[in-house]
Design a protein around this ligand. Sequence first.
Ligand code: ZN
Length: 275
Amino acid sequence: MRRRPRGWRGFARAVGSVIGLTGLGLLGVYLWQPQRIELFPGEPPNLPPVRLGDTGLLRPGARVLLVTAHPDDEAFYVGGTLLRLRETGAEVRLVVMTDGDKGYYPLHDARATARIRRQEQLRAAQLFGIRSVRFLGLPDGRLQPSEEAIRKLEPEFREFQPEILLTFDPEHVRRVYHRDHRHAGLAAVEAARRSGFEGWMLLFSTRAANTGLDASDVWDEAQRLLGVHASQFSGPRLAYIQSMVDGRAREAARRMGLEGRRLEPFRAIRVGDGR
Ligand SMILES: [Zn+2]
């Protein structure tokens, strides 16, 4: 009579430790890899809409600084916008904070990956009409909005004197996001502040969009250029990524009352007096 409960208790304890260890293992994997889930996203603020024309983005010759985390972010988040800027003759500088080398994977040839991805980025930049590209070479998957990162970005503002900053929204992130993206946005916004940037910030990958660029006319090409990052997107994966980006642009358009169009949404913030 005494033995039975002890046996059951032992069994329960064993099951408990298996569950506990599995949980710890899963938590470890979650913390190691760079994707994050916003557990309590809260309601995004309902910001007053901004007319894209008022930001000066599409003014011929506008100086636009685009700060991303990885080679391919430009095609994934603002491909249509870049093609429109190519048409308007904007001067676009791209700063890519990491080489996307996946150096956090053990046994991964990070150097070879970095080399390939830089080449793909340069090729894509050329096709998107981007005038200059900078690689900061900070750690992929482990990017921090550190002093080092901010200091590396500041000269880009001082020398280039952008009127528009395009970068990731560090605040109202999407429900599932890459930590590097948020950190790239944080570093870029801080570098902008320190260097006395005045103009418009257009933050993408946001849940609090108050403006957007209708990219319908250049959409086919934007979709095609995703394929330039062939080491990331090719074959069935390219088709999957294209339909994901397309679905997102359709949904953004629908939300802004432009059913059937393709929109790249932004949270627009005016800094200083603007220009
Ligand atoms: Zn990325």
